[in-house]
Design a protein around this ligand. Structure first.
Ligand SMILES: Cc1cc2nc3c(=O)[nH]c(=O)nc-3n(C[C@H](O)[C@H](O)[C@H](O)COP(=O)(O)OP(=O)(O)OC[C@H]3O[C@@H](n4cnc5c(N)ncnc54)[C@H](O)[C@@H]3O)c2cc1C
Length: 320
């Protein structure tokens, strides 16, 4: 960590020497920066600088540290969120949604009985996200704001219609997770805005799955991610469908043509074949996990499997 545990002062810390000492042992020292630990979210917002993108919030620091060690981020100031109000570290079951404070860790969500009962697909996705050391410190706010297109959770949260409460210099606003990520590691957040809360709606009849396709270990970064949320009619046809692909596009992307095919249809072999072929029409991007052509075939095959799994999964209300 950048700050030793014994540090308690709210003032500007002497992070310059501490940070250099931490990193000098295994590589080039990170550039000197200022570290501030406010005790309130509003104070944290005030310490950001809308005109300087090197002034960053710091949540679990798992992504920040890698960028700083690689020299691609040289922050002038980090505003640590780890001492902000406890409500931003809490998980709450509301009547129609799960509310996550931005500083809730991924491990807290994974182990939450409340989340597992209402949104089992979220917990299952987290079990294969990175490793336990990362999940123990990475926070849901930092996870979503990082906007790497390979992230597992954003696709699922888009399929689940999740929303955000964002606090900034201009006030408080709400934003759908679908509106957050605007490009490759780009978000709709202004330089002085912070994600404060994540709200995931609960639908007792919804079935959701996230399929992570990796080419190395099961918990590796995905070569392809597919998130599906289905509402089924009593007659076995799909009433509503959200289908989102990630890790093969520059941002999580809804597959509108597949959704249109699925809505109102019975999910049988013929429909699955048409849906896989329609998905494979999506323009994809290759990377170190596979070429665009390879990912296209992965998408064709795994989209069918994910749809079948979602259609046969028990609705959330029956898994609690
Ligand atoms: C070894 C390793 C393996 C990984 N594997 C996977 C994987 O398989 N799948 C996957 O999805 N992810 C994976 N990750 C990425 C991991 O999920 C992210 O690094 C983590 O979720 C980021 O959260 P954080 O709290 O550490 O964010 P930080 O590193 O603290 O911050 C990340 C970004 O978000 C900003 N930020 C932080 N909090 C807020 C806020 N409240 N409002 C606005 N902006 C904010 C920061 O300024 C920064 O720009 C892996 C990471 C590592 C290190």
């Amino acid at each position: 960590m950048l700050v030793p545990n014994e540090y308690r002062g709210p003032e500007v810390a002497t992070a310059r020497t501490r940070a250099s000492a931490v990193f000098a042992a295994d590589g080039p020292a990170v550039s000197p920066f200022e570290l501030i630990e406010p005790s309130a979210l509003a104070e944290a917002v005030g310490l950001l600088d809308p005109n300087d993108s090197s002034v960053r919030a710091a949540a679990g620091c798992t992504a920040l540290m890698l960028m700083m060690k690689a020299g691609v981020l040289k922050p002038r100031r980090l505003v640590s969120l780890r001492r902000i109000e406890p409500r931003y570290c809490a998980i709450e079951r509301e009547p129609r949604a799960i509310r996550l404070g931005a500083q809730v860790t991924l491990a807290q969500i994974e182990r939450s009985a409340v989340v597992r009962a209402a949104l089992p697909a979220v917990c299952r996705t987290l079990e294969r996200l990175a490793n336990v050391r990362v999940r123990n410190v990475a926070c849901i706010g930092g996870n979503l704001a990082h906007a790497d297109p390979h992230m597992d959770l954003p696709a699922l949260l888009i399929a689940l219609d999740a929303g955000l409460v964002v606090h900034g210099g201009a006030g408080v606003r709400t934003l759908a997770v679908a509106e957050l990520i605007t490009g490759y590691m780009e978000t709709a957040l202004a330089g002085d805005e912070l994600i404060a809360e994540v709200h995931i709606p609960i639908h007792a009849t919804r079935r959701a799955v996230y399929r992570k396709v990796t080419t190395r270990s099961a918990d590796d970064w995905p070569a392809l991610g597919i998130a599906i949320a289905l509402d089924m009619n009593p007659d076995g046809t799909a009433a509503d469908a959200r289908v989102v692909v990630s890790a093969a596009t520059d941002r999580p992307t809804r597959l509108g043509e597949v959704e249109a095919l699925v809505c109102g249809a019975r999910i049988d072999d013929a429909l699955l074949g048409r849906a896989g072929d329609a998905a494979a029409e999506q323009a994809l991007i290759g990377d170190q996990h596979g070429s665009a052509a390879y990912k296209r075939e992965l998408l064709r095959v795994h989209l069918r499997r994910a749809l079948r799994e979602a259609a046969s999964a028990p609705p959330a209300a029956m898994t609690s």
